[in-house]
Ligand binder design. Structure first.
Ligand SMILES: [Zn+2]
Length: 61
């Protein structure tokens, strides 16, 4: 069964380089902005592939 899932994500840090959703993380798969910016979904995907993921805003929720 497929479900629609809705989130509200701040766009204050720009867009995910992979998919264009609002970014909240940096991925170690790239080292240079904006190529390293990831939304939560793409960050999780990169993490599953072994990348190191860090928050763009330290201490952010
Ligand atoms: Zn993304």
């Amino acid at each position: 069964m497929l479900r629609d899932v809705h989130f509200q994500w701040s766009d204050e840090h720009g867009e995910c380089y992979d998919c264009g959703n609002p970014a909240a993380f940096y991925s170690s798969e790239h080292t240079t902005p904006p190529y390293n910016k990831r939304c939560s979904v793409c960050a999780a995907n990169d993490a599953a592939n072994g990348a190191i993921i860090t928050r763009i805003e330290e201490g952010g929720a």
